[in-house]
Ligand binder design. Structure first.
Ligand code: NAD
Ligand code: UDP
Length: 314
């Protein structure tokens, strides 16, 4: 059955892939975005589809529409972008979530929140399971994002408990792929653009900190499966690829895959940068029958190809 689906942050990296997949599945999609970090180029190829609609709107302002489902992805996601205007970042997670939850309540729509592994902060439990409460500095430079997302989770749970809103919470771990913003400072996009330009790859700290990277198509599959679970399953559920590696290892792999002769330069580690991060995805395997399918090498090759073409077109 064709559903009418609202995707906030639909012009961003994950949002544009989600809009595309939902349209391919035969749904009608309304993409709502304020274009702070989103980009029209990400959704240009969808514009000819008569079931796709784009609305420029900021979710910190109320929004009225009738839909069956809401994916709430609107929020800058990379440190340099979410730290650009920290108060706005908090407002987007908190006031924005209240607006979207109020909408879901009125129209009785299902609503999914794009939460984050950052709710675990610099974790003292490894790998991270959903029952871990996290280790977040509430006044540090990442707090506007981490605490905003934590507050959003609290809002979602309470809208469910008080108002029976049908909620789903996905805790998304580091995701990469085509349409990442080359200027957003995230490690995968930085390393690839540096490798392709033959510039030094910038390692923050000693590069021993770890992350686990999930390819975008796998992440989108996980989000859709979560949205389609029974009302009784709300999450939070970790979505990510447990394949953990250090930033030094990642630099080495990207250098090799892109055939680059780049060197490495070491820079200061940003404040509160988590030392390690790896999702425990047992719950997603059990409840969504989901686990990532794309090997790192395959995903990185597709991403490198995307950046090559992007650079050539500029
Ligand atoms: P992105 O920056 O590419 O996309 C976010 C989109 O939201 C952009 O199009 C931006 O313009 C829009 N937006 C921001 N503030 C808005 C507002 N107030 N009103 C309307 N639109 C607004 O980031 P992304 O990587 O696609 O992330 C999407 C979501 O997934 C975010 O909520 C992010 O926190 C979450 N997430 C992403 C990752 C990841 O690795 N990419 C990891 C964890 C969580
Ligand atoms: N990082 C790095 N070099 C870069 C960009 C990032 O070494 O050019 C490190 C960063 O310090 C962090 C990791 O890579 O430890 C992942 O950073 P990213 O911003 O991609 O994601 P997050 O820290 O939000 O998980």
């Amino acid at each position: 059955m064709k559903k009418k689906i609202l995707v906030t942050g639909g012009a961003g990296f994950l949002g544009s892939h989600l809009c595309e997949r939902l349209l391919n599945d035969g749904n009608e999609v309304i993409c709502l975005d304020n274009f702070f970090t989103g980009n029209k180029r990400n959704i240009l190829h969808l514009q000819e589809n008569p079931y796709f609609e784009v609305i420029r709107h900021d979710i910190i302002m109320p929004f009225f529409i009738e839909v069956d489902e809401i994916f709430n992805l609107a929020c800058p996601a990379s440190p340099i972008h979410y730290q650009f205007n920290p108060i706005k970042t908090i407002k987007t997670s908190v006031a924005g979530s209240i607006n979207m939850l109020g909408l879901a309540k009125r129209i009785k729509a299902r609503i999914l929140q794009a939460s984050t592994s950052e709710v675990y902060g610099d974790p003292q439990v490894h790998p991270q399971t959903e029952d871990y409460w996290g280790h977040v500095n509430p006044i540090g430079s990442r707090a506007c994002y981490d605490e905003g997302k934590r507050c959003a989770e609290a809002l979602f749970v309470n809208y469910k408990n008080q108002n029976n809103v049908k909620i789903k919470i996905a805790r998304i771990f580091n995701t990469y792929g085509p349409r990442m913003d080359p200027h957003d400072g995230r490690v995968v996009s930085n390393f690839i653009t540096q490798a392709l330009a033959g510039e030094d790859m910038t390692i923050y700290g000693q590069g021993k900190q770890s992350r686990s990277f999930c390819y975008v198509d796998d992440m989108i599959e996980g989000l859709i499966r979560l949205m389609n679970t029974d009302d009784s399953f709300t999450g939070p559920v970790n979505l990510g690829n447990p394949n953990e590696m250090s930033m030094l290892e990642l630099a080495e792999i990207i250098r090799e895959l892109s055939g680059s002769g780049s060197g490495i330069s070491y820079m200061d580690l940003p404040e509160d940068d988590p030392l390690q991060r790896q999702p425990d995805i047992s719950l997603a395997k059990k409840e969504l029958q989901w686990e990532p399918q794309t090997p790192l090498k395959t995903g990185l090759e597709k991403t490198i190809h995307y950046f090559r073409e992007l650079i050539a077109s500029q």
